[in-house]
Each structure stands twice: as structure tokens, then as C-alpha cells.
Ligand binder design. Structure first.
Ligand SMILES: Cc1ncc(COP(=O)(O)O)c(C=O)c1O
Length: 290
């Protein structure tokens, strides 16, 4: 909802959003950008979640012309979910921001996991947020609150966002208990995120040792581990079922890919159990393929 409300609050009806093509708003939010915010969007090619600057340069346009829409918004996502929790380098974010500013286009950061990005970069969330006009982030996910996302921006922007939150049915008079958990998340959970990054790395290293095609541990920067099971010949959905039978919950995120997530309740013992379960399922595959 915070992404959708951010889009609505930025929306310049009919304008175009420029966003890296595998971003969460395009792949997992049911086209809210077009369906509800009435914005056109262009998914730009990217590498590890970072849009190609050349493509951005080519497509950014300050104003509508006879045959092309103007750019209403540039959107970045960090850490990047589909890119396996990859962190956008600050230098990249700065270049995107400069290009956008040169064209008087605002920038939004989908920082659902911005504190993970900050931990991985050894910096603060503020340093990352500087590269956008507005930011959304979650207190759920690695920060452990049961629910909740926040939008940051100018007072004028957040007032507009409050209006759109009401429009999409998100107004709540009883938000105190939810906010209380969110405050605990921000005050107490940020500092421990590097632990999750350590367990994710340990998991990736273990899975890589079972079969090198599954994941390159060097690409694991934060708490997400995207694992290819293609070499097993069995699809990710089947793997998910087999892993569940062994006490490990892991979601398929593409036909041949699983997405493991580490968090406050996953320590070294749980990771080792998951590696053991994975090795077990990998063996079934070897047996069945002869
Ligand atoms: C990058 C990104 N943005 C936004 C969201 C949305 O968060 P929620 O599931 O709390 O709506 C997610 C969820 O996975 C995400 O990965």
C-alpha cells in the first residue's frame, strides 16, 4: 500500500514512471502503477536491480510532447527483491538522482529493506534516502514487526499521501498497537540486521558446496538468498514442498528459483538444518535421475 500510495501522491495523471524492469512494483503489485495510479510505466534494463543509466538518459523527458509522455517519476528499489537482495551502490543512486534532477523529475525509493541496504553498505538509511525525494520502507520483513510500512517525504507530500491512504481504504483509527510494534522494530531491530546477512551468507556457502550451480555466495549481500534448482531437473514448487516436509519453509520465486530469507528467528543451527534438508532433496534428485 505504501508503494501504491506513493505512486498516487506523485501521480501526474498520464505521466510515465521509469523503473528497473524487474522491480517489485512491476512484478508483484498487480499493475497498481497503471491500474490505480493511472501512470504509464517503462521497465528499463538493469543489472542486479540497478537500471542502466544509458536507458534512463534515453527515456527521461521532462514534458509531454506531440507523441511522447513526459516522465512523472523515477523509481529505484533497494535492496532489490528480484535481484536476490542486491544493494544499489550509492554512486549509482547519485547518478540516477542527478539525471532526474536535471530534468526536474522526482525520485522515489522503494526502500522496503532500506535498513538492510544500509547495514550492507555500512552507512545509515538517511544516507541512502538522500538520493530520493520520497522513500517507502517496511517495519515488517527483517525488522520483525507483524505489519506496517512508512512513507517519508516533505510535509506536503505526506499530507497528500495521507489523503490517498484514506482513498485506498488504509485509514485506521486503531493504529496504535501496530505503530507500537513498528517503533520497537525501528529502535531495536536495525542494529542486529548484519546477523541476518551473516546467516544468509552461511546458507549460500552451504548450498554452493552441495552444487555450485545453485548460488554464488559472493552475490549474497543481505538477507535474501536466491537459489537456482534448475540443475536438479525439479521445479522450485516441488522443492518447496519437499523442503517443507523437512521443516524448512522456502518459497518458489520463479519456475526454477527458490528464495530463502533469513531473519531474527533463523540462527546458525536453523541454517545448518536447511542446508542438510537441501542436500537430502538434492540426493532424491540424483537417485531419480539415475
Ligand atoms: C521491494 C519491495 N517493495 C515492497 C514490498 C511490499 O511489502 P508488503 O509485502 O509489506 O506489502 C515488498 C515485499 O516483498 C518488496 O520486496
Amino acid at each position: 500500500m505504501s508503494n501504491l500510495v506513493s505512486l498516487l501522491a506523485h501521480a501526474d495523471r498520464g505521466g510515465e514512471v521509469l523503473v528497473e524492469g524487474t522491480s517489485h512494483i512491476l512484478t508483484a503489485e498487480l499493475g497498481g502503477v497503471a491500474n490505480l495510479a493511472a501512470m504509464f510505466y517503462r521497465g528499463l534494463p538493469g543489472k542486479r536491480g540497478a537500471m542502466e543509466l544509458e536507458a534512463l538518459r534515453e527515456h527521461i523527458r521532462p514534458r509531454i510532447s506531440r507523441n511522447q509522455l513526459g516522465t512523472a517519476l523515477v523509481w529505484m528499489e533497494t535492496t532489490h527483491n528480484a535481484a536476490g537482495g542486491a544493494v544499489l551502490p550509492l554512486a549509482h543512486m547519485a547518478e540516477v538522482q542527478t539525471l532526474a534532477r536535471d530534468h526536474a523529475v522526482p525520485v522515489h525509493i522503494d526502500g522496503a529493506r532500506i535498513f538492510n541496504a544500509a547495514a550492507a553498505l555500512g552507512t545509515s538509511a538517511q544516507e541512502i534516502a538522500k538520493h530520493g525525494d520520497t522513500v517507502s520502507f517496511c517495519v515488517s520483513k527483517g525488522l520483525s514487526a507483524p505489519v506496517g510500512s512508512l512513507i517519508c517525504g516533505t510535509r506536503e507530500f505526506t499530507e497528500r499521501a495521507r489523503g490517498f491512504r484514506r482513498m485506498v481504504g488504509g485509514n485506521m483509527r486503531q493504529a496504535g498497537p501496530i505503530a507500537a510494534a513498528g517503533i520497537v522494530a525501528i529502535e531495536n531491530m536495525v542494529e542486529r540486521l548484519p546477523e541476518d546477512h551473516g546467516t544468509a551468507k552461511r546458507l549460500a556457502t552451504g548450498l554452493h558446496a552441495i552444487d555450485a550451480s545453485t548460488v554464488d555466495p559472493a552475490t549474497v549481500e543481505t538477507n535474501l538468498v536466491r537459489v537456482s534448482v534448475r540443475a536438479s531437473g525439479r521445479k522450485a514448487a516441488e522443492w518447496s514442498t519437499e523442503m517443507k516436509q523437512r521443516g524448512v519453509l522456502v518459497s518458489p520465486c520463479a519456475t526454477w528459483d527458490l528464495r530463502f530469507v533469513t531473519h531474527r528467528h533463523i540462527g546458525g543451527a536453523e541454517v545448518d538444518h536447511a542446508i542438510g534438508a537441501f542436500a537430502d532433496v538434492w540426493k532424491i534428485k540424483s537417485r531419480s535421475s539415475g
